[in-house]
Design a protein around this ligand. Sequence first.
Ligand SMILES: NC(=O)c1ccc[n+]([C@@H]2O[C@H](COP(=O)([O-])OP(=O)(O)OC[C@H]3O[C@@H](n4cnc5c(N)ncnc54)[C@H](O)[C@@H]3O)[C@@H](O)[C@H]2O)c1
Ligand SMILES: [Zn+2]
Length: 365
Amino acid sequence: METVTVQLDARSYDILIGRDCLRDLGHLYAERGLGKTAAIVTNPTVAAHHLKPVRQSLACAGVKVTVITVPDGEQYKTLETAAQIYGDLIAAGLDRQACIIALGGGVVGDMAGFVAATYLRGIDFVQVPTTLEAQVDASVGGKTAVDHALGKNMIGAFHQPKLVLIDTATLETLPKRDIRAGMAEVIKHGIIRDPGLVAFLEDHIEGAATLSLPAGQINWLIARQCRIKADVVAADETEKGLREILNYGHTVGHALEVVTQYAHYKHGEAIGLGMTAAGHIAVQKGMWSQEEFDRQTALIARLGMPECVPDLQVDEVLARMASDKKARGGVIRFVLPERIGKIAPRDDVTRAEIASGIRYIQALG
Ligand SMILES: NC(=O)c1ccc[n+]([C@@H]2O[C@H](COP(=O)([O-])OP(=O)(O)OC[C@H]3O[C@@H](n4cnc5c(N)ncnc54)[C@H](O)[C@@H]3O)[C@@H](O)[C@H]2O)c1
Ligand SMILES: [Zn+2]
């Protein structure tokens, strides 16, 4: 197994990446001295594929397990569902020594993490991410949240897990579209921090997106994403500065998700379009070379992701960006590439430049 440690003093934790390692959870959990009672939070889709080894492994390690199943879908990442989880935890008698184990994608992980951050003022929490999006991004770094009708991730807390266990074999049951969408965040990591990763993707993106690379290479690729995110989080846990670079592509991307009611794109697909809009803006500003922008565009195109919605209203997207939580005092913030591996937050992107970025991605469709 590959190990990446997130260095956060007393709150440091390991991310362990391997193949067929769900069955190791029990002893890894016990080794860390986590509670003798635990609640696995999952959904029916993930449970059907992956609950059994997780549950058995914990039981073999002497952990008393309650399983809490929540409905599948971003529309259930709400305070209402969180309240149901609180109810189940109370009914099962889980105390402050108990631990919550999130088994699923980013939706389950964000919501179970939020519940762990708030139940009894905070209990331990373990992430077992089963989507590419969650393995390379959502499970690392301690951001937890639920959505509000007026905005995504509007209610949340920073709460670091005690352990992240990534079994790359779980990706084999994931729809191919979710793999491709998650791969957009992998491209993002390359553009913001890692020219070597971009070069690797230029050689192997189809193999990566179809999981047809050798298992060792898949594990290595995922570990590399975790290392990039872990380094950024270790330097800036609560997003006072550097961590903002992880939002590359997310200013336009989130707005696209909101104006299409989360129904049109997978998150990573919106981020792919958002990176294209941001890259275009950076080129227009003379900050980034056309040649590197073209390399980014080619990689995204090779994933074969959907393009823009044709009748997107530029004003509506702009209004959404201004009310996003990444905006500061109504000023829309972007992170824009200067070269592959180097990116900078900016608050000087004009309305005309943003409109040009949006029109650019619209024209792709
Ligand atoms: N906390 C963070 O730092 C962070 C970062 C990125 C994204 N997120 C959040 O993550 C969420 C998106 O996560 P996601 O893309 O994983 O979506 P998701 O959790 O909705 O999972 C996508 C679909 O795949 C299913 N699924 C999960 N694992 C599976 C498996 N192994 N086999 C078959 N089906 C499986 C799920 O049930 C779901 O239907 C968003 O809510 C986003 O806000 C959080
Ligand atoms: Zn993202």
